[in-house]
Write a protein that binds this ligand. Structure first.
Ligand code: KIV
Length: 273
């Protein structure tokens, strides 16, 4: 699809996001977990900043996203919101904050909105979460869906391999996307599914799709910020393009600092009072 530049918006809202899809203007999204990073992303023109529960892995050092709590998500979301002027901030609902009971999920989504000032929440799942999504969007809280590879269900599948490779799985993903749209989501993340399937989903729903490892024919793209900046070195999926090598930059800078302190060249006269 040929991308057209459009007039800019002062604040990204669900309405603006819908208009981006209509106009064929790609939606650029990244994750952030802290004030400083969120501020830089916002200044650089990112449309949607996701306070992803990926912070469990890239910020807290867990092996999966499962241990992250609602209180922790709220803590990080507050910091991110303080750094942002233009982008829409969406907050991931962590594992077991919405799966057991739709009413509880709705209440937790309300807590996130009330305590953080974010613009909406994201939940993983298809038809199994539509009751919660209906309740939540019905009360005016924007919800982003997330299907394909769902890291909160990692133990059900036993790994991070792509989803939607069989006809049956592809049919389920398409049906889930339609069910999410019908329940009222304003956008759907498609994670690690074949590019052709992502293109089919994108063509069959009116709401924007945001791809991660889902090929170029989604309405927008998202990456985990620590992956694309080359900070997280534990593993590197094929869909991650590294735009910087910050881990190397930081290591080199800190090695130089350590050396300067040990040899007594820091601080200098000019850096002293
Ligand atoms: O938690 C997260 O960062 C996410 C993105 C990868 C979409 O869900």
């Amino acid at each position: 699809m040929k991308r057209q530049p459009t007039e800019e918006v002062r604040r990204v809202t669900t309405k603006a996001v819908a208009a981006f899809k209509e106009k064929g203007r790609a939606i650029a999204c990244l994750t952030a977990y802290d004030f400083l990073t969120a501020k830089l992303l916002d200044q650089a023109g990112v449309d949607i900043i996701l306070v992803g529960d990926s912070l469990g892995m890239v910020f807290q050092g867990h092996e999966t996203t499962l241990p992250v709590t609602l209180d922790e998500m709220i803590y990080h979301a507050k910091a991110v919101v303080r750094g942002v002027e233009r982008a829409m901030v969406i907050v991931d609902m962590p594992f077991m904050s919405y799966q057991a009971d739709a009413q509880e999920g709705f209440r937790n989504a309300g807590r996130i909105m009330k305590e953080t000032g974010a613009g909406g929440v994201k939940v993983e799942g298809g038809r199994e979460v539509t009751e919660m999504i209906r309740l939540t969007t019905g009360s005016g809280i924007p919800v982003m869906g997330h299907i394909g590879l769902m890291p909160q269900s990692i133990h059900r599948y036993g790994g991070y391999q792509p989803r939607g490779a069989t006809k049956e799985e592809a049919r389920r993903i398409l049906a889930d996307a339609r069910a999410l749209e019908e329940a009222g989501v304003f956008a759907i993340v498609l994670e690690k599914i074949p590019a052709a399937l992502a293109a089919r989903v994108t063509a069959s729903v009116k709401v924007p799709t945001i791809g991660i490892g889902a090929g170029p024919r989604c309405d927008g793209q998202i990456l985990v910020v620590s992956d694309m900046l080359g900070l997280y070195e534990e593993f590197r999926p094929r869909f991650v393009r590294r735009y910087a090598a910050l881990a190397d930059t930081i290591r080199t800078a800190v090695e130089t600092y350590v050396k300067n302190v040990r040899e007594g060249t820091f601080p200098s006269k000019q850096e002293s009072y």
